[in-house]
Design a protein around this ligand. Sequence first.
Ligand code: GLU
Length: 426
Amino acid sequence: MIRVRFAPSPTGNLHIGGARTALFNWMHARAKGGKFILRIEDTDLVRSKKEYLDEILHSLKWLGMDWDELYHQGERFRIYRDYAQALLSKGLAYQEGQAVIFKVQPEKIKISDLIHGDIEFDTSLIKDQVLIKSDSSPTYNFACVVDDASMNITHIIRGDDHISNTPKQIILYQALGFPLPEFAHIPLIMGAEGRLSKRTGATAISEYRALGYLPEALVNYLLLLGWSPGENQEIVEIREAIKKFDITAANKTASQFNLEKLNWVNAQYIKKLAPEKLLELVKPLLLEKKYIADNFDSNYLLSVVKLFQERITTLADFADYSDFFFKQTLEIAPDARKRLEARDYSREFRLLIERVDGLESFDHLSVETAFRALVSELKIKAAELVHPVRAALTGKTIGPGLFELMEVLGKEKIRQRLSAFIKGGV
Ligand code: GLU
């Protein structure tokens, strides 16, 4: 039975790198019918915080990674002490005050990493290893080996940054008489300037959630950071990915975090949603901004959702772009104001109100027909009127098609908003 684990330390939030490690473990378990174990490495009593633990657990759940077993190292100090005692009794470790230290013997160690292939280590370069610190807490390498072995972990899938820990752990497996697991070290994720920065992926998973990324999209993007479903496929649903996933096919070189790519993936997932589902997802954001109340008109909201579905990157975009459908008083952006003040449009706006009011069937086609008839009578180009009308109705210079948005906005709001820019009233 394949058993893998994700072993976060609750000394910070879950970030892109940790989430990717968790996902590759989870995928491996789910692809092979194995178990995914979550182990909280909270041995650092000072830096471990409950709020980080909550964020990690919540983010993993949000991303859809369910675990089969959960352990906290903080509850297992006794077990580590017993194993340290066994090493002391065998003469393989010694004490320095309260601390227990492992005697490292020189030897050559070779592993066959599932991603990198053969890696050789020379333990004569490793100094004696602390197992239990003088405050009685275990070190990472010791607790990790005791747990990986006693939890029957078959595959250690973790970041490249742990390669140097691997020989230190292998000598402990040997000393304790535990069989060795397989190792798969996944190459790191780099930001544009080498390291991951705030802009390039150092954002907590909970922040992506707050920014309106969809969990399915984030998971899809995380998968692409170090693995590919093949044939340049970029959008891959998790069920399909699980069928194809193979940890040995993970990239051997570092991958690059790219926010534009994540945004593109998110937009693809938003486009694929049923509009009714997207409505449900934006509803809390709109309620929070007080754009809608609990008794909102769901037909109206659905029409607005449909107008923006193809144009937004995140759910937060929806709230930003669609505000003019909900606000009573319109905010006019400076660039839109410039359009409106290019000249006096009172005459054109007055005529447009008349035509729109006179329409019997009111939809984007009839509005467009009336609009085009008007500009042709006025002998002006359509664009000459489209821009100021859009600015007056939406307060913006870009957005959905003008006639489509006029249909959803309705006669009443069109009249009100255009009138506000007519000198001397309607
Ligand atoms: N707690 C360690 C970390 O957060 C786990 C490393 C491992 O997977 O062995 O990096």
